[in-house]
Design a protein around this ligand. Structure first.
Ligand code: ZN
Length: 442
């Protein structure tokens, strides 16, 4: 009796021990095999995909690898605007490299996708549409060419995506869109802003007395024209205008009209090839206006390369100031733009930072500041930050109005001056950033 009871108790004890051991083995196996995400040990959650990570470093590494910021869109890499677009692309790529070397934006690296719009509105809007609906880009590439940009603004708006970069002059900002933040914009209506103040700041004998405007038949020059008429009116300078079709093959009749009118201010409201043709015609015909304005293309060193001493004194308006270190604007990042240009592009393209390279940096800086300021990647948040803060841009310290363009016209008046045998593109207006006095011919 007592023996069998003893046996019964020891069997029960053995079973109990076996159960306990099994429980321990299974329990620890379950413990070690359970995915960390479901336990306290994997407390870091990726905000983009919900993945779980044991520590912050692992999460950050995952975000860097798997969740880049895709900025996608198009530039006119072929066609008549290709030369400028190429410089913008260089700036975008250099900007992305710089940003990625410095921790990305809010911990995410930047990836660019840039397709060729060929400067075509249909192709450009298709590229924008696909960037949004197929690539699911985080942001649209800051747009460049005004005529395509104007249409792309509508595509962006319909998808609640932010449109940055250039606009297509004043009217493009008044299409009733909300998702627009353009700093600096393409605004022909501001092309000559400040010219009247510059002229009126001079003693009477240096001011022009009569202006002749020769305008190329293109939308941009209609917009620039409005700015020129307004500034000439403000300065009290009478003017007359003649229009021509592109390409211009002979500028002599236009120059003869300017001479007949007795203009001492020749305003070339056109592109670089027509402008150089007109200046050469003026020289040949013995016409020497004291003031010379070229609307587009003259900041390019090509202007002085073609014209030599005839380029002296050419003035123009610009939303950013190209040139060498000492000529650049005293605003955020121009020192960096100079440094990177010198290191990467000066050998091939010359020492002066080119205009569209600088503008490319301006547009990407605007987008970057907006994202950093918002602290997240929401289109609405970035748009709102850009609309309610000072944008410390290489082009100036900019505030936007409700339409998404700067509250104050951005325009720097630049002049080619030969100083000690060297060509310099100097800023002659406004006074707070001018680095030279305007030179007026005899
Ligand atoms: Zn993730």
């Amino acid at each position: 009796m007592s023996k069998s009871r003893k046996l019964g108790i020891s069997t029960l004890a053995a079973v109990l021990i076996a159960v306990i051991i099994t429980a321990l083995v299974v329990g620890s196996a379950v413990y070690f095999l359970t995915p960390r995400g479901s336990t306290e040990e994997y407390p870091f959650t990726c905000p983009y995909c919900g993945g779980k990570f044991p520590n912050e470093d692992a999460l950050n590494q995952h975000i860097w690898n798997d969740h880049p910021i895709l900025i996608s869109g198009g530039l006119p890499l072929t066609g008549s605007l290709a030369k400028n677009a190429e410089k913008i692309k260089m700036a975008y790529e250099d900007w992305a490299e710089y940003v990625n070397e410095h921790g990305g934006i809010l911990g995410r690296r930047v990836v660019l996708k840039i397709l060729d719009t060929e400067g075509d509105i249909t192709l450009g809007t298709e590229i924008a549409e696909k960037a949004i609906t197929v690539d699911h880009c985080d942001f649209l590439l800051p747009w460049y060419e005004g005529h395509v940009g104007r249409a792309v603004m509508g595509v962006a708006e319909s998808h609640h995506m932010l449109y940055t970069g250039m606009g297509g002059h004043n009217a493009s900002f008044h299409q009733g869109y909300w998702y627009v933040a353009s700093a600096p914009p393409l605004m022909g209506e501001w092309w000559a802003a400040g010219l009247s103040d510059l002229i009126l700041s001079l003693p009477e004998e240096k001011r022009p007395t009569k202006a002749f405007i020769m305008s190329a038949r293109l939308t941009i020059f209609e917009a620039c024209g409005k700015s020129l008429y307004e500034e000439l009116d403000k300065a009290g300078i009478p003017y007359t205008e003649e229009w021509y079709d592109l390409p211009l093959t002979n500028a002599d009749p236009l120059i003869l009209s300017a001479m007949d009118y007795g203009a001492d201010f020749l305003i070339l409201n056109g592109l670089l090839p027509d402008g150089t043709l007109a200046v050469q015609a003026a020289d040949r015909l013995g016409y020497k206006p004291r003031w010379l304005w070229q609307s587009v293309g003259s900041p390019d060193p090509e202007w002085v390369a073609i014209l030599g001493d005839l380029a002296e004194g050419t003035i123009t308006g610009s939303a950013w100031v190209p040139g060498r270190e000492e000529e650049l604007l005293p605003y955020y990042r121009n020192d960096l733009i100079w440094e990177i240009w010198t290191e990467k592009h000066a050998d091939e393209y010359g020492e002066e930072v080119l205009l569209y390279y600088g503008l490319g940096w301006c547009w990407m800086t605007t987008l970057e500041l907006g994202i950093k300021g918002a602290g997240n990647f929401s289109q609405e948040a970035v748009r709102n930050w850009l609309h309610t803060n000072i944008i410390t841009n290489p082009a100036g310290n900019i505030t936007l109005n409700e339409f998404g363009y700067p509250t104050k016209p951005i325009n720097y008046i630049l002049q080619w001056q030969k100083i000690d045998g060297e060509w310099k593109l100097k800023t002659v207006w406004p006074p707070e950033v001018a680095n030279a006095e305007v030179k007026v011919g005899d």
